[in-house]
Write a protein that binds this ligand. Structure first.
Ligand code: PLP
Length: 355
């Protein structure tokens, strides 16, 4: 068995892949999920179940709409200010990595971005905590998990300003209080489903206030009115997301997977801290439970360790080029046995190479 520690896209349980491939061949009466009309009651039921599962799993309160859109989280970087910000207004952003930075870049087309704090000074290896959000900000934007640098935000600043959060790489991995957010978005491809759909959870009352002229495809209200079917939705991506959300529910939901995710992260960080060959790169209190970044005390051993890991069925461990070393992505679908295997290999390698 290969153990896939890759950062994505789309690490899902084997049983979800199996069900999805069966539906490509025969979803209903010998027809593929790819060929039936998205306007059939069968597909409408798929979309309705996907939305219902999101609401159930995240305990989404009344007054929020759940959308499956396209364009990835990257389109949300622009859709958020386009729908929420008007000329002359300012939105506050927390700069915790490349993705936050890309979101900041999009704001200037609609208003101004005020960067309240940044961890750029230390290659984004921590989450800034000492900052304040001006009360006249139209919204505050943050990234809950920084996929590249392995940092995660475990608490929100105390603010009355509406909160917008990019949760692409930790949504559905831990219990969140949706009522604290006004807009949540996430590219589906980590814990939700295949690349090709983007989840948006938006508080209805924050919409319709901008003076911007918004093209229909980029207007949240149009998608809400169209029930995520203003145009042809990414049917397969939504179908597989629905299957995966069913799987998550069958596992006991987000609270149960959170326990497993914590156990997986704890096991790997404990080895990184214990084993003299390795060291973590993120500030300890901000360590991500989804993307674990680490390097070797002796960089010359990194290539041999990667080779050793790959020869022993470990996939996707190479770190992102901007951090180097290793990144073990341990999304919901990765079993704890895979983490145990990696830990064992780190120990075997250390025995061989420790002087
Ligand atoms: N935000 C975060 C936190 C991400 O990890 C990613 C991609 O990995 C993105 C945004 C960009 O997502 P997409 O490729 O769906 O546009």
């Amino acid at each position: 068995m290969r153990h896939n520690f890759g950062a994505g896209p789309c690490i899902l349980p084997q049983e979800v892949f199996r069900q999805a491939s069966q539906a490509v061949l025969d979803f209903k009466d010998g027809l593929s999920i790819l060929e039936i009309s998205h306007r059939t009651p069968e597909f409408e039921a798929v979309l309705a179940e996907a939305v219902k599962l999101v609401k159930e799993l995240l305990n989404v309160p009344e007054g929020y709409s759940v959308l499956f859109l396209q364009g990835g989280a990257s389109l949300q970087f622009a859709m958020v200010p386009m729908n929420l910000l008007s000329e002359g207004q300012t939105a506050s952003y927390l700069e915790t990595g490349v993705w936050a930075n890309k979101a900041i870049k999009e704001v200037k087309n609609f208003g101004a971005a005020n960067v309240v704090a940044s961890s750029k000074d230390a290659n984004f290896n921590y989450i800034p905590k000492d900052y304040s959000i001006p009360a006249d900000s139209t919204y505050f934007h943050c990234t809950s998990n920084n996929t590249i640098y392995g940092t995660e935000m475990f608490s929100l600043p105390d603010t009355k300003v509406p909160v917008v959060c990019d949760m692409s790489s930790d949504i559905m991995s831990r219990v969140i209080d949706v009522s604290k957010y006004d807009l949540i978005y996430a590219g589906a491809q980590k814990n939700i489903g295949p690349a090709g759909s983007t989840l948006v959870i938006v508080k209805d009352e924050i919409l319709g206030k901008t003076t911007n002229k918004i093209p229909s495809m980029l207007d949240y209200k149009v998608h809400i009115e169209g029930g995520s079917m203003y145009n042809t939705p990414p049917v397969f991506a939504i179908y597989v997301a629905m299957l995966n959300l069913r799987w998550l529910k069958s596992k006991g939901g987000v609270a149960e997977i959170e326990k497993e995710n914590n156990a997986k992260a704890h096991a790997l960080y404990a080895e990184i801290d214990r084993n003299p060959l390795f060291k973590g790169t993120a500030a300890v209190e901000d360590r991500s439970r989804m993307n674990i970044c680490f390097v070797m005390e002796n960089p010359e051993l990194e290539k041999p360790f990667l080779k050793f890991a790959e020869e022993n069925d470990i996939e996707g461990l190479k770190g992102h080029r901007s951090v180097g070393g290793f990144r073990a992505s341990i999304y919901n679908a990765l079993p704890i046995t895979s983490v145990h295997r990696l830990v064992e290999l780190m120990q075997v390698f250390a025995e061989k190479h420790q002087k």
